[in-house]
Unconditional design. Structure first.
Length: 295
């Protein structure tokens, strides 16, 4: 029965790739989606609060795909879809207002269960300063078994992933597109390395191209998987802030790296420090903070 539910959910998610909170109304009286194929477009439009035209298109697409062997196809592509009811689905993501209905995984899915995960994020414009700081921050954390979580973006994200891998540690990359669309192209090689030796995560079906609104959504997963967030370099108005806001909303620890007071890329971390974030420039300081929290 569970396999049948997974099949129906994967078909639904393929044609309507929305977070769980948007899909739950369909499951209120039909938790296993057994009757979804019989529901009228009018019913779907009312239940999902979408235009009738969109409901019609969704119903047609769902009927086209409901018998597609997604598990077999994804397995052939070395993609492991993890649905929200799976025991391996990270419990911390259920704390989100809008948990992913499905996580698509490539690589070592056991990393999701690692007890110590911390996000390292920053600007796409990150400079050599970020590189130097990350190389000082990560080794103590890697030595204690922390998994480094980031977003595989150009700049600070890529630096964090590379530093974790080069240091013999583990990293999780949460991306804002389906696996058929690697983004950004500059990180293609890094993306291949991560899917072979680490873990690549997306909440989007493989065909989904990168869209600007996907990335703030991705950021809630980065925060949700992590016990804390380290902000390296970031401008005061930056995509980094959506990750920080999600982290603050869910009581995650915020660490910020102080920098050159004349650099716009120091504005974000300095603002966070002024608002109470813990200033750090060495991974040992992060570890000490967690030791104090435990004691």
């Amino acid at each position: 029965m569970e396999d049948e539910f997974i099949q129906r959910l994967l078909a639904l998610h393929y044609v309507y790739p929305k977070p769980l909170d948007r899909l739950l109304p369909l499951m209120k009286d039909d938790p296993d989606l057994e009757y979804l194929r019989f529901r009228s477009p009018v019913d779907l439009a009312e239940t999902l609060q979408i235009p009738l035209e969109k409901a019609n298109a969704m119903k047609r697409s769902y009927l086209n795909y409901v018998n597609t062997p997604f598990l077999k196809i994804y397995s052939q592509q070395r993609i492991h879809p993890l649905v929200y009811r799976d025991p391996l689905y990270p419990s911390s993501l259920h704390d989100l207002i809008d948990p992913p209905a499905v996580l698509y995984l490539k690589g070592d899915s056991a990393l999701l269960d690692a007890p110590e995960k911390i996000a390292v994020i920053g600007s796409r414009k990150a400079e050599n300063y970020s590189q130097a700081v990350i190389q000082q921050l990560l080794p103590p954390l890697l030595a204690e078994g922390f998994v480094i979580v980031s977003g595989l973006a150009k700049g600070a994200d890529a630096m964090a992933h590379k530093c974790a891998i080069d240091g013999g540690g583990k990293t999780i990359a949460v991306v804002g597109s389906g696996f058929m669309h690697r983004y950004p192209k500059i990180n293609n090689e890094l993306s291949f390395i991560i899917e072979e030796t680490q873990l690549l995560v997306s909440e989007y079906p493989p065909y989904m191209p990168p869209r600007k609104w996907n990335f703030p959504m991705r950021n809630r997963i980065i925060s949700g998987l992590s016990k804390g967030v380290i902000v390296t370099q970031a401008e005061v108005k930056s995509g980094t802030w959506s990750t920080v806001e999600h982290a603050l909303d869910h009581g995650k620890d915020i660490f910020a790296v102080p920098g050159d007071v004349f650099s716009p890329l120091s504005g974000g971390p300095h603002k966070l420090i002024a608002e109470g974030a813990k200033p750090v420039w060495n991974g040992a300081q992060v570890l000490e903070e967690y030791r104090q929290l435990r004691s």
